[in-house]
Structures are given as C-alpha cells and as structure tokens.
Ligand binder design. Structure first.
Ligand SMILES: [Zn+2]
Length: 105
C-alpha cells in the first residue's frame, strides 16, 4: 500500500487537514505544474468572483464561490508546504493579539 495514493471512495472527514489533503489529491499535481504565481492569480480571480457573488449573487452562488476561494487557498498552502491547520491554530484560543473571545482589540 502506497501512502501517496489515497483512495477517495470513502468520504474524507471535513476537517481542515482532510480538505487540504483532498485538494492535493484532486488538483495537486496539476496545480504544482502551473506554479505558485498562477495559483495566486486564480485565487485572486476567485476572490473577485466571491466579491461579486456577495454583492449581487444568490446564496448558492456565494457558497460556490467561497468554496472555490477555499480550494485555491488550500492549493496555495499545499504548494508552499504549509499545514493549513497549523496556520489557523493561532485563532483556536481566541484573538491572537488580545486572547479574548470575542476580540477586544
Ligand atoms: Zn483582539
């Protein structure tokens, strides 16, 4: 059994790490060939589409575009070798600056 060929027949847990690994399995090879600058360009374009959906789209369109922004964010994290769970961990105990929930800053 190889560790890099994860079968997608069982549902991937919807944890941040699980989604990051799923995005890598689905798009990782192609995205790495395209490279980080192209990934940034796609992420920025999708963010623009999300902004447009927020301004004048339906909830379904907003969900769709938010999903695309998250997918490209995970792709960027994969290419940078960043663990997305580690990246957001600093928010787990409240605001990283003041430590409060909700933020007091
Ligand atoms: Zn704060």
């Amino acid at each position: 059994m190889t560790s890099h060929a994860t079968p997608m027949s069982t549902p991937t847990p919807m944890t941040i790490g699980g989604v990051q690994r799923a995005i890598d399995a689905i798009y990782g090879e192609r995205d790495r060939e395209r490279g980080i600058p192209a990934t940034i360009a796609w992420l920025t374009e999708e963010l623009g589409e999300l902004a447009q959906a927020v301004r004048k789209g339906t909830v379904d369109e907003q969900v769709h575009e938010l999903g695309d922004v998250l997918a490209w964010t995970f792709s960027l994290a994969n290419q940078l070798g960043i663990d997305a769970e580690a990246a957001v961990a600093r928010y787990a105990e409240g605001c990283p600056r003041c430590g409060h929930v909700p933020c007091d800053c």
